[in-house]
Design a protein around this ligand. Structure first.
Ligand SMILES: CC(C)(COP(=O)(O)OP(=O)(O)OC[C@H]1O[C@@H](n2cnc3c(N)ncnc32)[C@H](O)[C@@H]1OP(=O)(O)O)[C@@H](O)C(=O)NCCC(=O)NCCS
Length: 269
């Protein structure tokens, strides 16, 4: 396994001023390890429902990922909207995708959250559907079987052209690209994973190639490889083919999510 990722340099220190200009996309990356000292303070940013939900999680890391995901979403939305994090109101669509509700719904800001292993991602844009996904690359799983079961035939065939050692990363590259699109659409399992195609071979373009029974749909989307390190795959899908995407690495600066903190989301010196 190589430690190099194709998109080295993608993740940068966040800017001092946090704002979400129109027709741009921002993705933020945090870690439950580097955020450990601020997980408890982040709970104060959450709604009562969120607190109850995460307190009910039996595994401590599930709770940390949940708190950090919602804490990031609330902390950053609050900066964008000049609001207090705990005052933001979320609703869910029928398939469970969280969305802004209440007085700030008219901002048009859409967001998506993903967690896996040590990492948490949150993505934001105004007026465009978007989804993010991150997955730890599990080298022991039966990727060939999963690909044959869930992927489009062209995708599982492409996977089998690779050396066995290269298949886990390629599988997760495709999986996160597909999950990012499904999460952007917000329709959950009603979109089968084999009803659209993403390339998965190393060096192949990151794009949705086709969507079954929906001519013109694939061209509306921008798909980005967000791989943060050799142990994880990550992707963003946004229905805005040309908008620039900024990727901000908040690891070690998560304290800045808390209103009044001196460092963090503000600190790129
Ligand atoms: C809901 C779903 C997107 C969650 O994915 P996951 O990998 O378990 O978890 P992630 O960390 O990536 O995402 C979880 C977050 O997605 C968001 N989410 C929940 N339902 C969602 C939906 N229908 N659409 C988009 N986002 C959703 C939430 O923010 C959630 O975290 P939170 O509740 O703590 O805020 C996923 O279960 C799903 O619907 N998958 C359908 C695609 C599929 O077929 N997968 C293969 C199954 S074998």
């Amino acid at each position: 396994m190589s430690d190099e990722v194709e998109n080295a340099g993608l993740w940068r220190a966040p800017p001092k001023a946090v704002a979400l200009p129109p027709q741009t996309v921002q993705v933020w990356l945090a870690s439950i390890t580097s955020a450990a000292p601020v997980i408890d303070p982040l709970v104060a940013l959450l709604s009562e429902d969120e607190r109850d939900r995460f307190n009910g999680f039996r595994k401590a890391d599930d709770r940390r990922r949940g708190v950090l995901g919602r804490g990031m979403a609330r902390g950053l939305l609050a900066r964008y909207l000049d609001a207090a994090p705990a005052e933001l109101v979320f609703k869910k669509n029928p398939q469970g995708k969280p969305q802004l509700a209440g007085t700030h719904q008219s901002s048009g800001i859409e967001f998506s959250i993903a967690h896996s292993g040590d990492l948490v991602l949150a993505a934001f844009a105004r007026g465009a559907e978007l989804g993010v996904d991150v997955e730890a690359i599990d080298r022991a799983a039966d990727h060939e079987k999963l690909a044959r079961r869930f992927f489009a035939p062209e995708e599982s065939e492409a996977l089998m052209t690779l050396l066995p050692a290269d298949r886990p990363a390629a599988f997760m590259r495709a999986w996160t690209r597909k999950e990012a699109y499904i999460k952007a659409r917000g329709l959950g399992l009603s979109i089968p994973l084999d009803s659209f195609h993403v390339p998965l071979l190393p060096g192949a373009p990151c794009a949705i190639t086709w969507v079954r029974d929906a001519p013109g749909e694939a061209a509306q989307w921008q798909l980005c490889d967000l791989q943060p390190d050799a142990r994880h795959a990550a992707a963003l899908a946004v229905r805005a083919a040309e908008w620039p995407v900024a990727c901000w690495d908040l690891r070690g600066r998560e304290a800045g999510l808390i209103p009044g903190a001196e460092s963090g989301a503000r600190a790129a010196d």
